[in-house]
Write a protein of this length. Structure first.
Length: 104
């Protein structure tokens, strides 16, 4: 899947570099081709995500107070859940910092 996206992206970039002048028709064609490539990539990503949820991914993380990194292995779904909860906690903290203080 990644290889297909890379090949399509590379072909698109090479095609964009090779063009000298664009007319409105060419620009519209490139935009529709770009939209089609993005749609295909999104559909493949959705189909692949169902399979990837159980795939184990190991990441090397820096441990505070140690020079050595620790290897942490979790499923793709667990990494995604951690990422989502971290993002929502950050957004909540940013939203609360912008609120006016409540008081007398």
């Amino acid at each position: 899947m990644r290889e297909l996206v890379l090949v399509l992206g590379g072909a698109f970039l090479l095609g964009a570099c090779a063009s000298t002048g664009t007319t409105s028709t060419t620009a519209a064609t490139q935009t529709s081709e770009e939209a089609q490539v993005e749609q295909v990539a999104a559909n493949e990503a959705d189909a692949q995500q169902e399979v990837d949820d159980s795939r184990v991914i190991c990441k090397r993380t820096q441990v505070t107070g140690s020079r050595f990194r620790k290897n942490i292995c979790r499923t793709w779904g667990e990494w995604k859940a951690i990422e989502d909860s971290s993002r929502s906690a950050t957004e909540e903290a940013q939203r609360r910092s912008q609120m006016p203080p409540q008081g007398n």
